[in-house]
Design a protein around this ligand. Structure first.
Ligand code: CA
Length: 219
């Protein structure tokens, strides 16, 4: 999953980015609200994490413009504004969730998993396609009686495929779900990760469409 973080506080931004990368999210960060709309158009982001107290344009104004422009990406507000009135304003401007600073990183991660669950149309905590199921909280994948723990990047790759079962993702699209702006994409990483997932769960778990990309079966 690729996430856009809009946060002007350097310490909070670094802590959040570190935690997200640790959990195999690709994360990009903006320090102001100016370029959010253009940035969201530039890549396939799944979630926007939005601070409200931003230099230049306030986060609520950013959110309002996004929604007026028809942008429907899930938005989690991260802010110290904690009154009922402020929280209601956040939801009324189009936020999907609202987390008050200071927050526990574990809680942010849990809320992101909840968003991912809704993106995948799943009501249980698991992502699945009838063949394999993936638990985002533990990174455990199950196929029949087989149960394996995936590495963070293997998880990121299989999650990207399971969020869009039946859809062929290109090498570039898969890399986009694994690496943020300042991270160097390791060469052959997609082949390496697919090999790893297949070795653990069976070669037929990921289908290769020669010259195009990879997909998992539809449920
Ligand atoms: Ca701020």
């Amino acid at each position: 999953m690729r996430i856009l973080l809009v946060e002007d506080d350097e310490m909070i931004a670094q802590a959040v980015m570190l935690a997200l990368r640790d959990h195999a999210y690709a994360v990009d960060r903006l320090a102001t609200g100016q370029n959010v709309i253009n940035t969201l158009r530039s890549s396939d982001y799944q979630v926007l994490l939005l601070d409200l107290g931003l230099p230049g344009m306030d986060g609520l104004e950013v959110l309002k413009r996004l929604r007026q422009g028809g942008e429907n990406i899930p938005v989690i507000i991260l802010t110290a504004r904690d009154t009922l009135e402020q929280r209601l304003a956040g939801f009324d401007h189009g936020a999907d969730d609202y987390l008050i600073k200071p927050f526990y990183l574990d809680e942010l991660l849990a809320r992101l998993r909840a968003v991912a669950r809704r993106l995948g149309g799943q009501s249980s905590g698991l992502l699945e396609n009838g063949i394999v199921s993936l638990d985002p909280a533990s990174r455990v994948a199950r196929r029949g009686d087989l149960e394996v723990t995936l590495s963070a990047r293997e998880f990121g790759l299989l999650q990207a495929l399971l969020l869009k079962p039946g859809k062929i993702l290109t090498r570039h699209e898969l890399e986009d779900q694994l690496y943020g702006w300042n991270e160097e994409v390791e060469s052959n990483v997609v082949d390496f990760l697919i090999h790893g997932v297949r070795r653990k769960l069976g070669a037929d778990i990921i289908r290769n469409v020669r010259g195009v990309g990879w997909c998992v079966e539809k449920p």
